[in-house]
Design a protein. Structure first.
Length: 312
């Protein structure tokens, strides 16, 4: 049976309209998916990805102090960072810090804007504090005066697809605190004008960028004061930071009623040296006969304090 021509045209038009309504949303979805894929690809291949740094455990006069979780008790500014990109790094080419930042009490490092290489290669970063006096041949030239806490974080690496791990800063020096007290028998009254200074304390050294190894201690001075115009009490002095791994520490003590005396303080029998990253509390005991000295260890990482040291 044949339909009239006008009816056949009407049916064809209806079918066309229906198909158009069904297919347009499909075309739109395909176009949207295509656009989205292109946008994601552009982000992954071209857009820069910012580097985010965190300080993990800070095994840290003022001495840099951290809590049991390794978080700083106060923010630390002007922390130095050296950056080198690539799979293989030659730190000997560095001649200056790349950028500086601030370590907050929450462990986050802020105050800089750095981006990973867009080609997907690694960024490698070393951290240290304080600033070096010079940088050459892969070494940081450092100067200290007893009040400087030196910390270092070994290189960490990351890329735009693999985030950098937290930087673990560690103390590179040894901290010493002093207590001067009376024996309570031959001396029963408080002694005043107590002064303790360090003999021949080295004030310069080199620290390797690659691993933080410290060498070449030199430039000794006799002006680092551990205690000044103090009295005998059970209160420890502020810590001073000195060259680590010493087998003995020579101090000079003066006090009203006592002749100036040099004392060689040695570690407790369980240790052969005053170790890096540890704090030792030295106790000097005044008597009519002598001044005695001993040592204990506290946080940072506690060392074993020497026995009391007498001062005659």
């Amino acid at each position: 049976m044949f339909l009239p021509i006008y009816l056949q045209q009407l049916i064809n038009q209806l079918i066309f309209n229906i198909m158009k309504k069904l297919l347009l949303p499909v075309f739109a979805l395909l176009a949207l998916a295509s656009c989205n894929n292109e946008e994601i690809q552009d982000i992954q291949s071209n857009e820069p990805v910012e580097i985010k740094l965190n300080a993990g455990l800070v095994q840290t006069r003022a001495a840099i102090e951290s809590d049991a979780a390794g978080k700083l008790t106060a923010e630390l500014t002007k922390v130095q960072f050296i950056r080198a990109d690539g799979a293989t790094v030659d730190w000997t080419t560095a001649t200056a810090a790349s950028f500086t930042g601030t370590i907050g009490t929450d462990g986050k490092i802020t105050g800089f804007t750095e981006y990973y290489p867009t080609d997907g290669s690694n960024a490698n970063i070393v951290g240290y504090y304080p600033a070096a006096t010079s940088i050459a041949a892969g070494k940081l030239s450092m100067t200290i005066d007893g009040s400087n806490d030196v910390i270092y974080a070994a290189p960490v690496s990351g890329s735009k697809t693999v985030a950098m791990p937290a930087m673990a800063f560690n103390h590179k020096l040894t901290q010493f605190k002093f207590i001067v007290k009376i024996d309570g028998t031959t001396v029963t009254e408080e002694v005043t004008n107590v002064n303790v200074s360090i003999n021949n304390a080295n004030t310069t050294f080199d620290m390797a960028i690659a691993d933080g190894a410290i060498t070449n201690f030199a430039t000794p001075i006799n002006t680092i004061k551990a205690m000044t115009n103090a009295t005998t009490s059970a209160t420890a002095s502020e810590g001073i930071m000195l060259e680590p791994n010493l087998s003995s520490l020579s101090v000079k003590i003066t006090a009203d009623g006592y002749t100036e005396k040099d004392i060689a303080i040695t570690p407790n029998a369980s240790e052969t040296k005053f170790e890096e990253g540890k704090v030792y509390t030295i106790t000097l005991v005044l008597s009519k006969v002598k001044i005695e000295a001993s040592a204990t260890v506290g946080q940072w990482i506690d060392g074993t304090n020497p026995n009391d040291f007498p001062v005659e």
